[in-house]
Design a protein around this ligand. Structure first.
Ligand SMILES: [Zn+2]
Length: 422
């Protein structure tokens, strides 16, 4: 990371310094100067601004090494906040986090009557109450990270037969995002589970040191995200990584997207539910299957056998296309399930990934963490505040200052306001 000493780039340099400070628990100004190629004087001036804005704090004096002792600084957990929201078919989960990734409050609301039409109202009222209950100043909130289910899942009774156009599904998600922005007057970032959790690993977890990796998320659909040099690959209009709709058998099973033979029809958790329901001839919830593996062992074994070939093809495509340092796999299932899933894919199909010496295995299970997805969602506003990357343009069809959609601020602009409006 290199900074620039021109005054014009003050905001850019401040953001760069915050990125560097964010990477370690404690750092000296001299070390920041080294890592950013900015002068010691510039670092001193800019860290003073961040200190006044309440975004950093002084930890103490470091006496290690040669030379003068230096003062260590870190991000101030009370400097800025972020909200992560995950909507599922009959629940809304909200996590309030500090900029340093500490969970301050978590709410799980079971709601039977959740529909695309009432989601934004419900989320807005839960988030507003949560901010008030924790006495968080809304001007210090960088934004909301939002994870939505595929909308065709809202109608449980029809979920196996209903065909919904993929684009129509995306449009409903965008509408919910825009409604929530207007209601909360905060930037709302819509992302898939894989993208959100990948950024969490980049910021706070196992992937901090990785140059490139793919995150695979096993849920009711299978998502993938791509991170290169700590930056998330953001697709056109903000959508990317729908690995579950990769066609693995052109003559295969019908998918709600309109194609035949999509990976989701074999290896997703919806495919698992369908497989068990087909053989037991009754509706079975995923949690019931996961909590009673012995009872379903024969059916589980058949399913792992059935999904292994389609999933190996998908993995081979990912490796040959991207050749990342590793692929990290997480999901809405316990560790034993992910371990068995990964084991059933061995031996992997040959690919470009097997050439040269590898430091990491080709596919690894994500580390266990409570509230993984929510923390991922909450990382999105922090990521877009600290990086120069533009927020995915989810509002392409809305004029920027229309009456219907007055929020024009991004997490980066909100961070600027925290820094400069003191
Ligand atoms: Zn499909």
């Amino acid at each position: 990371m290199r900074g620039t000493n021109s005054q014009y780039n003050k905001a850019t340099n401040l953001r760069l310094i915050l990125q560097v400070i964010n990477k370690q628990p404690a750092i000296s100004r001299i070390e920041i100067a080294k890592q950013t190629a900015l002068t010691k004087q510039t670092i001193s001036n800019l860290t003073d601004i961040l200190d006044k804005a309440g975004l950093i704090k002084t930890l103490g004096i470091s006496k290690s090494g040669v030379g003068k002792p230096s003062t260590l600084i870190s991000l101030n957990s009370e400097g800025a906040y972020t909200l992560g929201v995950r909507v599922r078919v009959n629940s809304i989960e909200v996590g309030l986090y500090s900029i340093t990734g500490e969970l301050l409050d978590y709410l799980h609301n079971h709601i039977e009557t959740l529909t695309p039409a009432n989601i934004s109202d419900l989320i807005a009222s839960i988030c507003t109450e949560q901010l008030q209950a924790n006495a968080v100043d809304p001007s210090r909130v960088l934004g909301v990270g939002l994870l939505l289910p595929s909308t065709h899942r809202f109608n449980q009774s029809q979920r196996h037969t209903e065909h919904i156009n993929r684009l129509q599904d995306d449009q409903i998600s965008k509408d919910i995002q825009q409604q929530l922005e207007t209601k909360m007057q905060l930037p709302v970032i819509l992302e898939n589970l894989a993208g959100a959790v990948a950024l969490k690993e980049t910021f706070f977890g196992a992937a901090k040191e990785l140059k490139s990796f793919i995150y695979l998320y096993l849920g009711y659909s299978i998502d993938a995200s791509f991170v290169i040099d700590n930056k998330l690959l953001v697709g056109f209009q903000g959508f990317t990584g729908r690995l579950g709709h990769l066609i693995v058998d052109a003559q295969g099973r019908e998918c709600p997207c309109g194609n035949d033979g999509c990976l989701n029809q074999y290896a997703s958790l919806s495919a698992l539910e369908k497989h068990i329901e087909k053989h037991t001839r009754q509706a079975v919830e995923l949690t019931h299957i996961i909590d009673n593996p012995q009872r379903y062992e024969n059916l589980l074994k058949d399913w792992f056998d059935d999904m292994s070939e389609p999933m190996r093809i998908a993995l081979n495509s990912l490796e040959n296309l991207f050749n990342a340092e590793t692929i990290i796999m997480g999901g809405d299932v316990p560790d034993w399930f992910l371990d068995r899933f990964i084991r059933s894919l061995r031996p992997f199909l040959p690919s470009i990934a097997q050439f040269n010496k590898r430091e990491l295995p080709r596919l690894i299970r994500a580390p266990t963490e409570e509230h993984n997805a929510i923390k991922g969602a909450a990382t999105l506003p922090i990521y877009f505040a600290l990086n120069q990357q533009r927020v995915p343009n989810n509002n392409a069809e809305t004029p920027p200052f229309s009456e219907e959609h007055l929020v024009s601020t991004s997490p980066a602009e909100r961070l600027n306001a925290i820094i400069f409006n003191q």
